[in-house]
Design a protein around this ligand. Structure first.
Ligand code: CA2
Length: 150
């Protein structure tokens, strides 16, 4: 059966391409969804691509992924730096998670340097722009293949 990957996006990422192009570029979230779908098709995976501005909704989707998905690509946006609830949800489902950030959070304000998600993620990709999502899907596919062999 085709494996499902949840691609979850946190607050304000719905504004991509419309505001602050100097930091986040001109690509919209719909463009990123198209990139993810194309990479998933190439790898024989199925994608559930979702965005919410609400922490509880993201927790619900992580729990849902626990029932339905093989892994999660997650850009928690500002909740990366604040959310114990999202870390707890990831710990609870025990799915492999690749954390993605469009910008290089380590080259920005110090409050962005810490992530509550990183300690429970398999990998963290930042600073590669929309391509980071493609890399994250590839890395997750590779992880799942290796895990199936073990
Ligand atoms: O670089 C990333 O992907 C971030 O997760 C983006 C978050 C930020 O809080 C993280 O530190 C790094 C912000 C997403 C907000 O996106 C906007 C897009 C357009 C206009 C305004 C905000």
């Amino acid at each position: 059966m085709t494996q499902v990957i949840y691609v979850l996006n946190g607050p304000n990422l719905n504004l991509l391409g419309q505001r602050e192009p100097g930091i986040y570029g001109a690509t919209t979230l719909e463009d990123i969804k198209a990139l993810c779908l194309s990479k998933a098709e190439e790898l024989g995976l199925s994608i559930e691509f979702l965005q919410s501005n609400h922490e509880g909704q993201l927790v619900d989707w992580i729990q849902e992924a626990g029932q339905r998905a093989a892994g999660i690509v997650f850009n928690p946006a500002a909740y990366s730096h604040t959310s114990v609830a999202l870390q707890d949800a990831i710990r609870a489902v025990q799915l492999p998670v690749m954390e993605v950030h469009l910008s290089n959070i380590h080259a920005r304000e110090s409050f962005r340097h810490h992530s509550f998600i990183a300690p429970v993620a398999k990998g963290v990709i930042c600073g590669l722009g929309p391509y980071g999502y493609v890399v994250a899907i590839e890395a997750l596919a590779n992880y799942l293949k290796q895990a199936a062999k073990a």
